[in-house]
Design a protein around this ligand. Sequence first.
Ligand code: SAH
Ligand code: SF4
Length: 365
Amino acid sequence: MDNFKLIEAAERGDRLGRGELARLLTAGEAGAREALFAAAYRVKAAEVGRKVFLRGIVEFSNLCSKDCFYCGIRRSRPGLERFRMEPGEILAAARWADENGYGSLVLQAGEVEGEEFTAFVEDLLRGIKEVSGGRLGVTLSLGEQDEETYRRWFKAGGDRYLLRIETSDPELYRRLHPSDHLFERRRACLELLRRGGWQVGTGMMIGLPGQSAESLADDVLFLRDTDVDMVGMGPYIPHRETPLGAKSGAAARAARSRRLELGLRMIALTRLTLRDVNIAAATALQALDPAGRELGLAAGANIIMPNITPTRYRDAYQLYDGKPCLDENAAACRDCLRQRVEDLGETIGFGERGDSPRFRRRRLS
Ligand code: SAH
Ligand code: SF4
């Protein structure tokens, strides 16, 4: 079957295999990429609508006990000033999100385990429900935790949890992390979250050193088999002061357009395969191209996560080099975003939570 026929089959809902997904990731003939994005866009419009939902993200602490080789806030990064925002500042951001019609909030930070942190987040969740009159949907992105912690956070008002598997290839995972960071534990955490009633999101970094098209095809199949509600994935972007980023060298840093293209095609293939899930157009797309997030929407994404962290903390939360909007405040981001989304002919679901249709159907079944 030629690639155009393959795209048509995927749009109709046929299951593509590993080799077919890998082929569409790299297909170079004239018009193939446009056909892929157009098909994914039609599936998005039919399954989740032409409406973008916003999740204001607050990156509230860069303290992290882990040492992922690619990450700019890893534990052993020297010379980085560590911070944790005060609860009052985080609640002010939540109130701002609610008042500005952002239906949901994401709380993200480095990974910290233990009672003090668990109770800190628990109190925050209760506070957020209170300041927003229970309106804001809350996503946590706080890494691997034990079952009891996830249970407490769910009970205190957490709705969704985003935990990227980073890559579905256990061998590649091992090369990206110190030996005590376990792929199997991360996967087990996703199961705990599902059993605990969360809307579960996962995703990968795209364009990692040593990651083949077949490995990315496996990532799409992993998302399908894990039956997630939300997908948050984006290009890997080297950070110079990390082991992986330093090793990546100038050639890898220059391969930005390839990683942007792969990131967009992964969104399209994920939309064609998983259909009714929420898919985020990651900020890392915007780091590679100022219009990256809009390109993500056109390739099948339906979620944008504007950064609403107070600007003074952003410099210290650079997971990768060239993270965008370092000095743009939340209000400026909102206004330019609205314009960009309307230019695409889509609307923003202001004041709506925008739960994934997949999750709603799962609960009814
Ligand atoms: N500590 C939590 C949440 C913060 S990190 C966790 O790890 O789950 C959030 C995500 O940032 C990670 O899952 C990873 O996919 C992404 N990230 C880290 N370093 C990156 C880099 N150099 N390029 C692109 N994404 C990166
Ligand atoms: Fe910590 Fe998350 Fe960065 Fe890993 S990716 S070092 S867990 S913040």
